[in-house]
Design a protein around this ligand. Structure first.
Ligand code: DON
Length: 556
């Protein structure tokens, strides 16, 4: 009898707990910050139909492959940082070098880099990872049927969508620059007729998406699509074949999780350089800033200190970061508090360090898009995906209708030679078959007491790292709203070019003049497209940078 009473009591407690968590669910907001309106509306629709953040992410990823062809993709790869049911996770669906790739494949007989070979055309692509990535994400966390999540993308590809003027501008820019540089690719054949405000259909892509919808990953990496890809490669001198596709595997990795102030930062591990970089930046900033005050935002001292940190961060990036399945990356050491304190030692409030003098610290290594989602259960997805440069390699797989990435340029094609983002690398990031190229993509989630506080990320090559850590400082250090955090002017320094600060218009001219006296030079250019969700006093806010064509929605 006593036993039975205990059972009854625990049953009652568990029922009441369940009821309260259901009540909590219904009172909890959800939010999306997406790089275009199509993906935003689809993600909200999935969430409102009871899907979780991962379901919404999968549906949005495929929609972006249709409506944001500059970066959205099935022919590229990316990283997804996940916080689900109180657990952090990380999906690496980065492209890999084809099996026939080799270290010197972009060098001529004299060992010089052949211009543009790793950046445009059929040889610039890594083996795409996106479809397997979404498939793995769905297998582990999805709650809605796969086909239901593919349906909106298929509809936009088959029936068309209304083209944003920004997309036409980007297409024109890309076609003109290909013509100017004498790059021979089939990009214009597929995209030249897109007109602002008019419907644009992609029937070949629709057929590819249908095969993915029906057969899952095998609808891309095997069968009809794989045959189309490998025959297209063979015909045009490419090297991605059936074995490359069959062998591709997205990888579940342990995300970097580190405390910073009162937050738990969940971010991207290698082959991303971004997670290590933002932690170095955030932690080093706390060591070099005046301890008693908050520096004025974008003031001379703030910009100088962050530029000095950037030099050290990028020296480490060039030397130590590579695919962890090929080179050993001293990840724990690089974000260790003592190591960071040692790195901070040389930073002076009024002296610009010589770029030549900044060495890596361990003595013993445009176009992308990002979205952030929080569901009503408090789960979060921070996803950055890319085909590398705007419209990737410029090559569309004929018959399959999707753009191939030009991710091979993210390898160090020759030690010490900068890639398109000015990033320099060495042995750790040299080309090897089946190896992942180093990335700057940094999808990041901040928790406080296990509750999601910030979800952030951005495109922008190496500037991604800057956009991410500055958006975090904007929220945490300066108490900005989500809108302010994404739209306030940013600046970037990455060791090389020497003492160059890239900056958004809107930074005070007198601040720049003071920094110039210290020895900096400047290049004005916007970078990134931050999509950020933040929670302030328990209330969610979401924002898309106004430079882009993003859309953010909070579901109350
Ligand atoms: O993975 C990387 O770091 C690059 N492929 C990202 C490229 C990118 O962000 C282009 N965006 N504007």
């Amino acid at each position: 009898m006593k036993m039975k009473l205990n059972v009854l009591i625990s049953l009652l407690i568990s029922i009441s707990l369940n009821i309260s968590s259901v009540l909590a669910l219904e009172n909890t907001q959800a939010a999306v910050a997406m790089p275009d309106s199509y993906s935003a509306n689809v993600a909200v629709d999935v969430l409102q139909r009871g899907g979780n953040a991962i379901d919404a992410a999968i549906a949005a990823q495929f929609v972006l492959a249709v409506t944001l062809p500059e970066a959205g993709n099935v022919g590229g790869g990316g990283f997804m940082t996940i916080y689900k049911d109180g657990q952090a996770d990380f999906l690496d669906y980065r492209e890999v070098a084809p099996l026939k790739a080799h270290r010197d494949m972009y060098l001529d007989d004299s060992g010089n880099v052949i211009e543009n070979k790793s950046l445009y055309g059929i040889l610039s692509s890594g083996v795409p990872g996106t479809v397997d990535g979404m498939w793995q994400a769905h297998k582990k966390y999805g709650s809605k049927p796969w086909q239901e999540l593919l349906a909106p993308a298929i509809k936009f590809a088959e029936q068309g969508f209304i083209v944003h003027p920004e997309m036409v501008k980007n297409i024109q820019w890309r076609i003109n620059s290909f013509n100017k540089e004498g790059v021979k690719v089939n990009f214009a054949q597929y995209f030249a007729n897109a007109k602002a405000g008019e419907i644009f259909k992609q029937p070949e892509l629709a057929a590819t998406l249908k095969r993915i919808s029906e057969k899952g990953r095998d609808g891309f990496y095997k069968g009809e699509t794989a045959k189309i890809i490998s025959q297209f490669m063979l015909k045009h001198g490419g090297i991605i074949g059936m074995p490359d596709l069959a062998e591709y595997k997205a990888i579940w990795r342990t995300p970097i999780q580190q405390s910073w102030r009162e937050y738990q930062v969940i971010t991207a591990p290698p082959p991303s350089s971004g997670g290590i970089a933002i932690l170095q930046w955030l932690k080093m900033y706390d060591l070099v800033k005046p301890q008693s005050t908050i520096l004025e935002h974008n003031s001379v001292q703030y910009m100088h200190l962050l530029a000095e940190i950037g030099k050290r961060v990028f020296a480490d990036r060039a030397e130590y970061i590579g695919d962890p399945d090929f080179v050993s990356v001293a990840q724990a050491q690089l974000v260790d508090d003592k190591y960071i304190a040692m790195r901070a030692e040389g930073i002076r409030p009024n002296v610009v360090s010589d770029s030549e003098s900044i060495e890596p610290g361990l003595k013993e290594s445009e176009d992308t898009t990002h979205f952030s989602i929080v569901d009503k259960w408090g789960n979060a997805v921070s996803n950055t995906t890319t085909i590398n440069y705007t419209f990737g390699s410029g090559v569309i797989v004929e018959g399959a209708g999707f753009i191939l990435n030009d991710e091979m340029d993210d390898f160090s094609v020759k030690a010490g030679v900068a890639n398109v983002y000015g990033a320099i690398g060495g042995q750790a990031n040299e080309i090897q078959p089946n190896k992942r190229m180093v990335s700057s993509m940094t999808p990041t989630i901040l928790l406080k007491n296990n509750e999601v506080q910030v979800v952030t990320g951005s495109p922008g090559g190496t500037t991604i790292i800057t956009s991410v850590y500055q958006s975090i400082l904007n929220v945490v250090e300066f108490g900005m709203s989500a809108e302010q955090a994404v739209n306030t002017p940013r600046f970037h320094h990455q060791l090389w070019p020497k003492n160059e600060i890239r900056y958004y218009s809107g930074i005070n001219a007198s601040t720049l003049a003071e920094l110039q006296k210290l020895g900096y030079n400047f290049k004005q250019s916007n970078f990134g497209d931050v999509q950020l969700i933040s929670r302030k006093n328990g209330v969610l806010a979401a924002a898309s940078e106004t430079n882009g064509r993003g859309k953010s929605i909070v579901i109350n």
